[in-house]
Design a protein around this ligand. Structure first.
Ligand code: HEM
Length: 120
């Protein structure tokens, strides 16, 4: 069970890498637009994250801190998804993504990774 959880954590990290990598490529040398790959990464990180939110395959008993962390991460994920959705709709209309919205997606993605690593 523990091994399966480790595999799901790995898939979760692949989702993070896909989302953040796609964003970095757009931020540095790209057109600073939102891409389908960002949505794919977010979906992978989100689905794997929800699977990890349940306390299986772990040796410790998750306390308040664990559930607070995944609640905050879930809210951040919803905000990233909303920003990507709004931004992509604007792109379709030819309006482009406002700079603040573009940088917020990168910052919030990084925030969720930091919470995953450092909040114990
Ligand atoms: C943009 C979205 C997200 C990103 C970039 C992200 C990133 C990360 C990273 C980098 C880790 C560290 C993995 C490790 O321990 O080596 C992690 C762990 C984790 N994440 Fe996420 N995550 C995201 C969304 C979510 C969501 C929505 C949930 C749950 C609702 C979630 C639940 C977890 C859990 C349970 C862990 C394991 C931490 C532990 O067991 O203490 N994540 N995440």
């Amino acid at each position: 069970m523990q091994t399966v959880r480790e595999i799901v954590v790995f898939i979760h990290l692949l989702g993070f890498a896909t989302l953040f990598g796609a964003w970095l490529a757009q931020a540095f040398g790209g057109k600073r637009q939102f891409t389908t790959l960002m949505n794919v990464g977010l979906a992978i990180a989100g689905i794997a994250g929800l699977a990890l939110a349940a306390p299986w395959g772990i040796t410790f008993t998750p306390g308040m801190s664990f559930y607070m962390k995944i609640t905050v991460k879930f809210v951040v994920l919803i905000i990233i998804g909303a920003l990507l959705g709004i931004g992509m709709a604007r792109q379709k209309r030819g309006a482009g993504v406002p700079a603040g919205m573009f940088w917020a997606v990168g910052a919030l993605t990084l925030l969720n990774a930091i919470l995953g690593f450092f909040w114990h």
